[in-house]
Write a protein that binds this ligand. Structure first.
Ligand code: GLU
Length: 510
């Protein structure tokens, strides 16, 4: 089974499974196709994280191909941004894109098919075109997206009608040069060789000649890493998820452990009591991560300590490290879940960071480059400050939950910081509120990051809290804010119960 945010991408993955490919092959095919048919959210101009479960050995591994800060970047580079968006739009916002190398390495180490075989569908859709769907149309029509598309004549030609408004649902887009890129990468002696030569040369020339910092050396230094996942028992279950530089895995485990202690059996789903407890737990982990989790190659992160029982007690008691408000960001990114016939699993989250990344279009390849520099803190004294070759802290949370040592849930989400709260609430819905995965994904969600400087905004999705629950929550001191559905992430999940495998795609994102 393959569950992703686009039917064409899921079909590309399942076609590879039918041809005898394993979960990693199918995940690569799905990811490459998503980069074509959902170009606002992820693609070769970005990066991501793949959590892999090998059914034979029973082991989980993580392939980390998060983008890295350019060698020439500086801690202070975004300290005083006159325009306020230098770290999210334009050439200086681009971190070294690593998806191509990450996927090819994952295929080499854990897959069975060649890059050529898994990229066929992606290349075909790029060359022959595909129809814009509702969600892509919505993303393209955001003001920031239009601004980004209009930055280049070539992206305007492809994505705008009469150089003015973005194409809408049902209209056809093609990216012929992206098709050519995929074919050239397939034909090269190795994808790595293509990445280090043609790809590196073209991208670094474009970025550096326009004031950006990426040079060819950054591609030489690009270093996808195989990491151990965070793995922890929570009640009757075991949870495998992403280690740093993502905060997702640690925060998810902290949240589940906190709720295990804190959520009484008499608490009902989306009651004021349940929402209040969820919000207090969310506040603790979102605040705590700011001073405890960053790229482990630059800051020592003690993952074991952060999920240990005495640390969880500390978080429950409100003894965490910071109290600052976080401006809430938009929703981007994409998650896909795959299981093959042998029970191998991939849970993969990828991103360009914001919609259409930095709005830097590479015309030779018809692709957008990420604005992952935006995930660093602008404050040079932060543990998540910019440093050469550093990976910014992520919220991505591709996860596998085990029951009796057997995989039980495979999931993750899109949605910026809400990746964590969305993934958490879906797991909670299954484990504690007894829902099947489809209902667990569909159920209305909430989001909260903390109270400081008088800000106590609790974000509610329609249907999450009844009118009386809202009154109750106001009485508990929350300012309530309604948000549209896609604000609350996009969870694509699989539940495995004995022989029965159920896929659940998030209606918020197609
Ligand atoms: N780049 C973000 C992260 O790694 C996700 C992007 C988004 O969905 O806004 O946490």
């Amino acid at each position: 089974m393959v569950v992703s945010a686009h039917p064409l991408a899921s079909k590309a993955g399942s076609r590879v499974l039918k041809l005898g490919g394993n979960a990693v092959d199918a995940a690569a095919a799905t990811a490459l196709t998503l980069g074509v048919v959902s170009p606002a959210f992820s693609g070769i101009g970005g990066g991501g994280f793949m959590l892999i479960f090998d059914s034979k050995s029973g082991k989980c591994s993580v392939m980390d191909y998060r983008e890295t800060a350019p060698l020439r970047s500086k801690r202070t580079m975004f300290e005083s941004m006159p325009s306020g968006d230098e770290n999210s739009i334009g050439y200086r916002a681009v971190a070294a894109p690593s998806m191509l190398l990450g996927l090819s390495l994952a295929l080499e180490k854990f897959g069975t098919k060649s890059f050529h075989e898994v990229s066929l569908d992606a290349a075909r859709f790029a060359r022959d075109g595909f129809l814009v769907n509702r969600f892509l149309s919505r993303a393209m029509n955001e003001d920031a997206s239009i601004r980004k598309i209009k930055r280049s004549i070539e992206s305007s030609k492809i994505l705008l009608r009469n150089n003015d408004r973005p194409l809408t649902e049902g209209e056809r887009i093609s990216f012929p040069n992206l098709a050519r890129l995929l074919e050239r990468a397939s034909e090269a002696k190795s994808v790595g060789e293509f990445y280090l030569s043609d790809f590196a040369l073209t991208v670094s020339k474009l970025v550096s000649s326009n004031g950006g910092l990426i040079s060819q050396d950054d591609f030489q230094k690009c270093d996808p890493k195989i990491r151990e996942p965070v793995f922890e028992r929570v009640g009757d279950y075991e949870v495998a998820s992403l280690p740093p530089p993502s905060s997702g895995g640690i925060c998810l485990i902290q949240l589940l452990k906190m709720m295990e202690r804190d959520l009484g059996k008499d608490v009902h789903h989306n009651s004021a009591e349940a929402i209040d407890r969820i919000a207090r737990c969310l506040e603790a982990v979102y605040q705590d991560r700011k001073t405890t989790i960053a790229d482990p190659d630059f800051f020592p992160v003690d993952s074991k300590k952060l999920v240990a029982d005495n640390y969880i007690e500390k978080l429950i008691e409100g003894d965490y490290n910071s109290r600052t408000s976080v401006p809430t960001q938009n929703s981007h990114t994409t998650h896909l879940s795959v299981i093959d016939g042998a029970g191998n699993i991939v849970s993969l989250t990828e991103s360009l960071e914001c919609y259409f990344g930095a709005g830097v279009f590479v015309p030779e390849f018809d692709l957008f480059l990420n604005d992952t520099m935006h995930d660093f803190d602008t404050d040079p004294s932060s543990i998540n400050s910019v440093e050469p070759l550093k990976r910014p802290r992520s919220s991505m949370t591709p996860t596998i939950v085990f029951r009796d040592r057997e995989p039980f849930l495979v999931l993750g989400s899109a949605g910026g910081p809400r990746i964590i709260s969305s993934t958490f609430q879906v797991v909670l819905n299954v484990l504690d509120f007894g829902m099947g995965i489809e209902k667990a994904v569909q159920s209305p969600r909430v989001h909260y990051e903390g109270s400081s400087a008088g800000e106590t905004t609790l974000y509610l999705e329609d249907g999450s809290a009844s009118e009386s629950a809202k009154l109750d929550l106001k009485g508990r001191g929350y300012d309530l804010k309604r948000k549209h559905d896609y604000f609350f992430g996009g969870v694509n999940a699989i539940q495995i119960s004995g022989d029965k495998i159920t896929g659940a795609e998030d209606p918020r994102r197609n």
